[in-house]
Design a protein around this ligand. Sequence first.
Ligand code: SF4
Length: 488
Amino acid sequence: MKTFYLETYGCQMNEADSELVTGRLLEAGYRKVESPGEADIILANTCAVREHAEQRVVGRLNELGRHKLQRPGVILGVLGCMSQHLKEGLLKQVGRLDLVAGPDSYRRLPALIEEATNAPRLDCDLDRAETYAGLEPVRTEGVRAWVTILRGCDKFCSFCIVPHVRGRERCLPADAILAEVREVVRQGFKEVVLLGQTVNSYQHDGVSFAELLRKVNAVEGIERIRFTSPYPTDMTDDAIAAMAECEHVCPHLHLPLQSAADAVLERMRRGYTIAEYDALVHRLRVTIPDLALGTDLIVGFPDETEAEYQATLDYVKSGRFDSAFMFKYSPRPGTLSARWDDTVPEEVKSRRLQEVIDTQEGISKEINQALIGREVEVLVEGRARRGDTDASGKTPHFKTVVFPDGGSKPGDLVTVEVERATGHSLYGRLLPGRLRHRRHSHGGSTEFAGRSPHEGPVLRRAIRAKLDAMVSAPQRSLSLIPLEVADR
Ligand code: SF4
């Protein structure tokens, strides 16, 4: 039986794709191994979003290629976004490479591997119909299962390579998604993360993203639901309402902003203004008062003036995100913005990035320190660090919590009292029993209500009626919603 070894780089989409690849190869009779030295097939599933990451992967592939010196029959292959981005260029950059396969080639991977035993094989055809529906991913152990609901992207932001390497948007049928969710719940996963480059653009056979959330929420035995990454212009009031009313959907959203200057947003081709983004944040926070909000930011975009950068910094201060991924702009060949001059000097980009990081870290720390003394529900993921006796896990708000494990195991839902907090983590002590918490609309606070049973269907029906009213008259009724969701 031939063996394969697979390394994964990049985002959760790539993690999910590696699970698909694993399932496909196991189905074809290969056996998975944990080190390249044992493998007949060595594969890397790669990311093209940042140039630096691409260079690291090229270095790693050249290193992995040394296994072919001792065992010439080994097949070395590259999968995913870098394959699609660089195509035959990869064969030149990586000596001893046998296979270059793009993100839509996984269904035929066993055949491609066979063909690559004769001569280097390149297969980078994008396929508008390929959703991998019907392929069974084989997931790595853990408490969180990624479920892809949408592949590709139609937004074509001027700086982003994703639509060029992952192709156009296509959604999986709701029935296939629900079958997969039921299966991961049956396998014991506690948290399901619905994935897509613009996950809330989901629309298939009349099922909207909001309806899909409600259907997933109704799957028996599901504990937690998240989704990433939503696109601001596709975050409908109905999707917000679904988030608020679905008891298993976590009160956490990563909503990429990128810049708070309208002229920069325009050059980025983002399709919204800062006023529209801010109005969306307002609707979200009024509807889900304890929402934890994260974002993505890019500084130093071509022609970004000091005033435009300052607008972003000011919004970081006023928007008070829980967390942010912050980057300096770097051009990606093949994108629209790569044709423009990269006008902001490197030292100015670095200074802007450092300022925005320092500001955000201060805010994250303040937000986290406000949780000291609170009880939070934690889904235990494992050891905080290798060899450590402390456990760590995530709250519904996606805060990392570290605590003496007290015998708790990965997959347990436990209660921790927060005793200390940094910008990145909460630290606390384990309490007996499982926490239930309820959200309050007034004052934007979350009251953790001890270990009471949640309020049940009567309360949720009342909330749903209010939310339905909001959806039909969003501006007028937003502040009137007495939202009290028992979300656990
Ligand atoms: S929405 Fe924009 S940034 Fe996100 S994947 Fe699509 S093109 Fe890239």
